[in-house]
Design a protein around this ligand. Structure first.
Ligand code: NAD
Length: 288
């Protein structure tokens, strides 16, 4: 059992913190939203009045924040108040460069830092079966294992600081592209007048099978685009992916096309909807 500070109790952080409470950890959370704090208290955790109060005395500090600016905003308070020797696990999806900077500045203060972005969506977080891609030192990865076991099913150390973010970029490339193609499959089948629901059932049983087809085909057919994972966040991730590709000097044309479709979804005012709302863009391209 550890004393854990958990900063960022949104769609993902809230169920993750709940799993840590149920695994027997003493969790103190902080979020800008009062609803999020109330959810943690209802789950058996404690709420703090700020980042500093949450992290004081914690053996493990966790952040699950939207993007680089929010991680950078809380970093000074974490560095200034966390115990030397504490483990700092950032589950947010941010740029590898910011993760490397956090690791450097954390190490200078005696913190053991891991970047540990996750995949599995809101459902994966609620079910406690996230996939976690971890960058950092092997001994710190070992020390974080009880935390990963409480919230995830597959977790791997993939390299040094920042490596987790590169694997997450690869993950988001595949997820975004898959959504774009499932959306095209739906538009094609509906326009041709065939039974799209039956069609997707068959796809899910063949070589086109995917977790996205498994868990999202019904909501996509029903045009239920409540998030989930917001288009705005996937837009942020496409920026990370294209930067990473430029840095590695590789061409990812499918990724570039997916980024444009996600940009269009945002431009059409769908930034707050789930990323499965790429279907709306695909429909609009065909005047449907
Ligand atoms: P979210 O917007 O639902 O949650 C983020 C939370 O952080 C909010 O509750 C917000 O109030 C809080 N917050 C923002 N700034 C803060 C600050 N300075 N101090 C304290 N709290 C602050 O986002 P989410 O969907 O939970 O995503 C979080 C991260 O996880 C993102 O990086 C996202 O890309 C990644 N992610 C999301 C999903 C998903 O399906 N939603 C899946 C995998 C990874």
């Amino acid at each position: 059992m550890s004393r854990i500070a958990f900063i960022g109790l949104g769609i993902m952080g809230s169920p993750m913190a709940g799993h840590l409470v149920r695994a027997g950890h003493e969790v103190t959370g902080f979020d800008l939203g009062e609803d999020a704090l109330a959810r943690l208290r209802a789950a058996g955790g404690a709420s703090a009045g700020g980042v500093a109060e949450a992290v004081k005395g914690a053996e493990v500090v966790i952040t699950m924040l939207p993007a680089d600016p929010q991680v950078e905003a809380v970093l000074p308070e974490i560095l200034g108040n966390a115990e030397s020797g504490a483990l700092y696990i950032d589950f947010s999806t941010i740029t590898p460069q910011t993760s490397q900077k956090v690791a450097r500045e954390g190490a200078a203060r005696g913190l053991r830092v891991l970047d540990a972005p996750v995949s599995g969506g809101e459902k994966g977080a609620i079910d406690g079966v996230l996939s976690i891609m971890v960058g950092g030192a092997p001994e710190d990865f070992e020390a974080a294992t009880p935390v990963f076991e409480a919230i995830g099913r597959t977790f791997k150390l993939v390299g040094p600081a920042g490596a987790g973010q590169y694997v997450k970029a690869a993950n988001q490339l595949v997820v975004g592209g898959t959504y774009a193609l499932v959306a095209e499959a739906i538009v094609l089948m509906e326009a041709a007048g065939v039974d799209a629901a039956a069609g997707l059932d068959v796809l899910a049983g063949g070589l086109a099978a995917s977790r996205i087809l498994d868990i999202k085909r019904e909501s996509m057919l029903a045009r239920d685009f409540r998030p989930g994972f917001r288009i705005d966040l996937h837009h942020k991730d496409m920026g990370i992916i294209l930067d990473a590709a430029r840095g590695a000097e590789v061409a990812i044309p499918m990724g570039a096309l997916t980024a444009q479709l996600i940009a269009a979804a945002r431009a059409q005012g769908h930034g707050g909807l789930d990323h499965s709302a790429l279907l709306k863009v695909t429909e609009s391209l065909s005047g449907r």
